[in-house]
Write a new protein. Sequence first.
Length: 526
Amino acid sequence: MKTTDSAVQIKNPGQNQIYAIQMREITKTFGSVVANKKVMLDLKKGEILSLLGENGSGKTTLMNMLSGIYHPDEGYIFINGKEVSIQSPRDAYKYGIGMIHQHFTLVDVFTAAENVILGLNDGSKFDRKEVSRKVSEIASRYGFEIDPEKKIYEMSVSQKQTLEIIKALYRGADILILDEPTAVLTPQETDKLFAVMRNMKKDGKSIIIITHKLNEVMEISDRVAVLRKGEYIGCVDTSETSPQALTDMMVGRATTLDIDRPDPVDPEPRLVIEGLTCIDHEGVKRLDNVSFTANSGEILGIAGIAGSGQKELLEAIAGLYPVSKGTITYKPKDKSEMSLVGMDPLLIKKSGIAMSFVPEDRLGMGLVGSMGMTGNMMLRSWRKNRGFFVNRKDPNQLANQILKNLEVVTPSTEFPVRRLSGGNVQKVLVGREIASAPAVLMTAYAVRGLDINTSYTIYNLLTEQKTKGVAVIYVGEDLDVLLALCDRLIVLCGGQVSGVVDCRNITKEEVGLLMTKYRKEGASHD
């Protein structure tokens, strides 16, 4: 490995028992792409460290090297002051490191206890009662709520996450890495998770949390480390910083964190949904008697815990999901209303219905990954060309316009979009859909996984469409953003509408209760 001027300090940082982890000059490349460059990172024992950075800054890559998924090209890792080589997840657990990823690795038909011991093969026979007892003991010690005998398919998202953490603790982890742990949790579930994290901290556990939610960073962490474009920018005490200062560190320049929400002007019904019911191919009712109105000149938010029907709702309106019962009525300005039930996306477009949809699956449903920006712009217009040759001029102009206005980072408009970062892919998709001048614009998780700067670009774009009289429907996960950006909010629970509320007159705690069908006295409703 490469020797530097500070080789002695790097190679031997000292047997300082304050630190659980010390990473020194960690470099990782994938071909010509430098994911991490000479990163220095320290995690103290018994602390919660937040790891921040824009998309593509190298956060997950860095943590994957701690958890044994990747191996650094250069640099050193010290655990409790001793240099180690982590070649696999099994090695990581040997050194007491457990990582809880965004996507859970659980077997649905197994119980919680069975999932905990899954993959543990030391040649001995497991005593299921003893495993259940240990799981219950861990849960009691830190404040988890889990039934060791409950099947995974019977669990909520937060219970599955709880089990992933217990799996790591059962395997002896003293260092936990949580990747976007609150992305799909209600405020109440987030509060429970933070209480558990504080209990683990008191017990001497060291925790790294990767999150984009700055309010959570300020609430739960002791220190914050920031990466930018694969390089270590610095680490600050949480008590001595602010969301604005952290954002400026991540982006590298002064930015604004204010979401502008002008009042709707002359709102008119643009989309009316009545009694909408959708049943999937397995006979499960995904939407049950859903009714609401989306008005012009407003942003209508849709909230709910994961799997409450948000995805199916937008896809049903867009003609991508079968409707079993109910009506979807499009009411254009100065034209006759039209029923959308039974129409596919092509027929909706042919009928002159000005509706755009930014789906959750950006590259699966939204864009063709192997094509560049120009090619993906053509997907919106190629059917207009009657001749043998396809007109690339207009799509190329649009691609260059989006490239400039949204600051898309790409070598060229012909560069395959699948090779762009998540934030840039989303800019391309949102830019294309807005450019079609819709009367109704629907977005599903438009900023999921995006950094602060890109997220606020998207928020501003949606607000701009609202001021132009577009009916914007925004499905999101971050309740703070939903309540700051939207005018009204529909709350879904188990495929049903549990409330339609004014975002200016309700708290996120009240929305969280509606997400689980419990209501506080005095909650504001339309």
